[in-house]
Design a protein around this ligand. Structure first.
Ligand code: FES
Length: 217
């Protein structure tokens, strides 16, 4: 762990002891604030912040992630440029060097493959999933878990981000599913992992049309 990160963590621990209530609100804000953003946008924002803090390691992590989520080469470069007012020119130029290194190492492709337009796909009848339960469904090569959370249908990738446990076979408590393998807990609306705040399972929009549950994939 870098010295900077260690300092950050011990600072957070100190604040959590000294101002527990204020920190509870602050951490809840962190958890909530990115929930409604799609993964590409979240990762592009992370790129901007990594330029501002000038963290080459962070850039090496988030540039490829944003690209995997569909960001084009131009969007990645624009995200770096967007940091200019807060970061200044030197950090922007240094970040572009990291970008070019990643391209040379082939860790960034020349362009993200075009993403097919998401489509609503019927996956099962609403009546097949009682409240508080889930079902695993296949859509093309994807396997999804469809949850009935108090009458509302929500969907996530079926594979747990830890070691691939089937979330659709987990225990659902309200909007939280507990992975059957090692018990990590995920909010199935936001995808946030409750006991590993830096982890996230992919979520999909779901709706019911004429008794049929459809997911946007
Ligand atoms: S595989 Fe889900 S918690 Fe380990």
């Amino acid at each position: 762990m870098s010295e900077e990160r260690e300092k950050e963590l011990s600072g957070l621990q100190y604040l959590s002891q000294e101002r527990p209530k204020a920190m509870q609100h602050l951490l809840a804000f962190f958890r909530e604030s990115g929930k409604h953003l799609d993964p590409k946008t979240r990762f592009l924002i992370s790129v901007v912040t990594k330029v501002i803090n000038f963290s080459p390691r962070g850039l090496r992590q988030y540039l490829p992630r944003a690209q995997r989520e569909g960001a084009s080469r131009d969007e990645l470069l624009d995200a770096i440029l967007c940091a200019y007012p807060a970061a200044g020119l030197t950090k922007v130029v240094d970040a572009v060097e990291v970008f070019r290194e990643l391209e040379r190492e082939a860790k960034l492709g020349p362009a993200a493959p075009a993403q097919p337009e998401p489509q609503w796909v019927p996956v099962l009848r609403a009546g097949e999933v009682p409240e508080g339960e889930a079902r695993v469904v296949g859509v093309g090569e994807k396997q999804l878990a469809v949850f009935n959370a108090g009458g509302e249908f929500l969907a996530t990738a079926n594979a747990c981000v830890h070691q691939g446990g089937y979330l659709g076979e987990g225990f659902l408590d309200g909007e939280v599913v507990i992975c059957p393998l090692h018990g990590w807990q995920f909010n199935v609306r936001s995808g946030a992992c409750l006991n590993r705040p830096n982890q996230q399972v992919k979520t999909y929009e779901a709706r019911v049309r004429e008794g049929q549950v459809e997911v946007l994939v």
